[in-house]
Design a protein around this ligand. Sequence first.
Ligand SMILES: Nc1nc2c(ncn2[C@@H]2O[C@H](COP(=O)(O)OP(=O)(O)OP(=O)(O)O)[C@@H](O)[C@H]2O)c(=O)[nH]1
Ligand SMILES: [Mg+2]
Length: 203
Amino acid sequence: MSYAYLFKYIIIGDTGVGKSCLLLQFTDKRFQPVHDLTIGVEFGARMISIDGKQIKLQIWDTAGQESFRSITRSYYRGAAGALLVYDITRRETFEHLASWLEDARQHANPNMTIMLIGNKADLSHRRAVTTEEGEQFAKEHGLVFLETSAKTALNVEEAFINTARAIHAKIASGAFDVSNESYGIKASAGQAWQPPQRVVAYR
Ligand SMILES: Nc1nc2c(ncn2[C@@H]2O[C@H](COP(=O)(O)OP(=O)(O)OP(=O)(O)O)[C@@H](O)[C@H]2O)c(=O)[nH]1
Ligand SMILES: [Mg+2]
């Protein structure tokens, strides 16, 4: 199926926060109750529509375990969007966010759109991080924020689609040279929208 743009995403965050489950819910609309530890990197893709344009999301689901950190780092380059995920029931996964952001800032392109995700919102009785703390962290670091549940699908579509909207808005404002694929964006030939040329009015 043809698309106007292809956006590359990366999903990052500590092991067990639900990165692979978020991807599975988004691509297959199902939930995996068992922790299938990701080894290295896995891959998923789905087509979405933004402002009537078909956009293909190509998503790299990375391993959160410390021992895979150097492999993960090699995937930041060439990503247009990132979902940075923590688990609202495990405070340490929230406390590690700063270190994930540091990795992203060092290895990603500076235009990468980062969405902060507090996952497992269905387990509110075991909550260890408040919604306000998530919001505050996002505000301080210029990120977009959502709480999700890969189990009930709460906000899962929104997490992926709002990120694409933000990237699409950046393209529309001329922030990217879409012919430069290192931004994680690929425009299909002949279909892509081009930023308007300067209009000069003649009388
Ligand atoms: N209740 C609940 N459990 C979840 C949710 N998301 C993931 N889980 C569970 O959390 C565990 C870990 O999920 P994964 O998606 O495999 O975690 P991951 O972040 O990919 O972990 P790594 O691949 O090791 O980095 C699994 O047992 C999931 O079933 C959620 O939203 N709610
Ligand atoms: Mg995984």
